[in-house]
Design a protein around this ligand. Structure first.
Ligand code: TYD
Ligand code: MG
Length: 453
């Protein structure tokens, strides 16, 4: 029989290592690697079981095909789930502590219950009285949701087995523990074992489960990334603490598109849906402001306009500052290098600050041109017209590359009162949505046309 192998897992990124080391090669974090006890010694002797047998796809009866999705009644949540909750699926909702995961899931629980689902909310962090208090504050005290406060997974599974809900919410997976695993609750072994049990239970008993996972910076407690591969859907709840906006983003979805976002606003009475996020990410745009550019972006299937702000100031440091909020700092360095090499505009001796307004985070390369425009606008102290949106990907040669869904971007801009767009040549813009379009082939042309340099 094969000898069980001990493996070492990074609690921050979930990568598996053969031996322990102080720093994870994969994510670069220190002191995050922990030993995980082997789960099993591998498959034993075959019992001639019929369980794992294969069958033809066309032979599957409707009993084996999953029922359609159940809407949550919250359109923003449905969108990130890919159209609603899939029965017997496992979903992980990760996010920083205090960002609003418990609030979101309690509201979702009440909403699903209103749609006719039987929902159990298991809290390992708060007592039932505290959850009830929160529900009262959210105006949900009369929702037909069952509550349980427990951390022992064996007890929880027994309860779930007896109750057979349609949906079980586990808040959070890091507080759960199995008596068969020796390490402390929150350790990589416990978190993975607990998630494994819950996901297996979900599939076997046809109960959908939603697991809450706190993103941790501390190696003592395993982060949600160590269970991402076990679940069907991974959602992250993001936002700046000081801002009221919260974005629920799907990073993995076996039943729908990833990269979809749902936007919420944290109010005194819980999370409110924001059906038209573009209006919210744009500040007051009546007067032209140097350094501010509106980017027409796409998040998942939805166009979203966001304001990109840049500030450039003389630096007193030998290594000028490059500070970025909401965008990739490596990408900023690249844009600065392209500007210097291809159009001869240098940011040497200047501090550069870049901010995506409203606490939004952008990862689309289509934002390159808007970022370059914001940087140039700040440096030249020349404002881009306030009725203009910008999008386009920048290549290292200084050429502008066409981006997808140009027509949708233009339509959204038109809807919000913009009348001009600067975009790369070759984009499929359809009829242009009635926008005045300035199509450009490269950065030199862009700088010449817009900044007259
Ligand atoms: P919570 O859902 O407890 O966060 P998590 O489960 O992700 O740790 O949310 C905590 C924050 O949300 C808290 O700082 C207060 C704020 N909040 C509101 O602003 N309004 C509300 O109605 C509620 C319930 C919370
Ligand atoms: Mg919580």
């Amino acid at each position: 029989m094969a000898k069980p192998v001990t493996q070492f897992i990074c609690s921050a990124c979930g990568s598996i290592h053969k031996k322990w080391s102080g720093r994870c090669d994969n994510c670069g974090e220190w002191n995050t690697i922990a030993e995980e006890a082997p789960l099993s010694a591998g498959p034993g002797k075959s019992l001639g079981a019929v369980k794992g047998r294969a069958m033809a796809l066309t032979d599957l009866t409707s009993e084996e095909t999953p029922p359609p999705r159940q809407s949550s009644g919250l359109a923003e949540l449905d969108r990130v789930l890919g159209g609603g909750l899939v029965a017997a699926s496992a979903c992980l909702v990760g996010g920083d502590p205090g960002i609003g995961k418990s609030t979101l899931l309690l509201q979702a629980a009440a909403s699903f219950a209103r749609m006719g689902l039987k929902v159990i909310y298991v809290s390992g962090e708060e007592a039932t009285a505290q959850v009830r208090m929160r529900a009262q504050r959210l105006g949900l005290a009369d929702a037909s949701v069952k509550l349980a406060a427990e951390t022992n997974l064996r007890d929880i599974l027994t309860t779930l087995d007896a109750e057979r809900p349609d949906l079980a919410i586990i808040d959070s997976v890091q507080t759960m523990w199995l008596d068969t695993v020796e390490s402390a609750p929150g350790s990589v072994s416990q978190v993975r074992a607990a998630a494994h049990e819950l996901v297996t239970f979900a599939k076997k008993r046809g109960v959908a489960v939603m697991l809450v996972g706190h993103v941790t910076k501390d190696g003592q407690i395993a982060g949600p990334r160590v269970v991402e591969h076990m679940v069907d859907t991974v959602l992250y709840f993001e936002g700046e603490r000081g801002h009221q906006f919260r974005i629920l983003r799907s990073v993995k979805n076996r039943f729908g598109p990833a990269d979809e976002i749902g936007v919420f606003e944290m109010t005194g009475a819980g999370l409110a849906e924001v059906p038209n996020p573009s209006a919210l990410f744009l500040s007051d745009r009546d007067t032209p402001a140097p350094g501010s550019v509106v980017f027409a972006g796409i998040e998942g299937t939805r166009p979203v306009l966001v304001e990109i702000q840049a500030l450039v100031a003389p630096s007193s440091l030998s290594q000028p500052r490059r500070a970025v909020v909401g965008w990739d700092s490596g990408r900023l360095s690249m844009i600065l290098a392209v500007l210097e090499a291809r159009v001869g505009i240098s940011f040497q001796g200047l501090d550069v600050y870049l901010n995506i307004a409203g606490g939004m985070r952008i990862s689309e390369p289509a934002a390159d041109l808007a970022v370059a425009a914001a940087l140039l606008s700040a440096r030249e102290d020349a404002a881009i017209p306030p009725n203009c949106v910008v999008f386009g990907e920048l290549s290292l040669s200084g050429a502008l590359r066409p981006v997808s869904q140009a027509e949708n971007r233009l339509k959204e801009a038109r809807k919000l009162g913009f009348s001009q767009a600067i975009a790369p040549e070759g984009c499929k813009t359809g009829d242009g949505a009635g926008m005045e379009l300035k199509a450009m082939a490269d950065l030199t042309r862009f700088v010449g046309d817009i900044f007259g340099a």
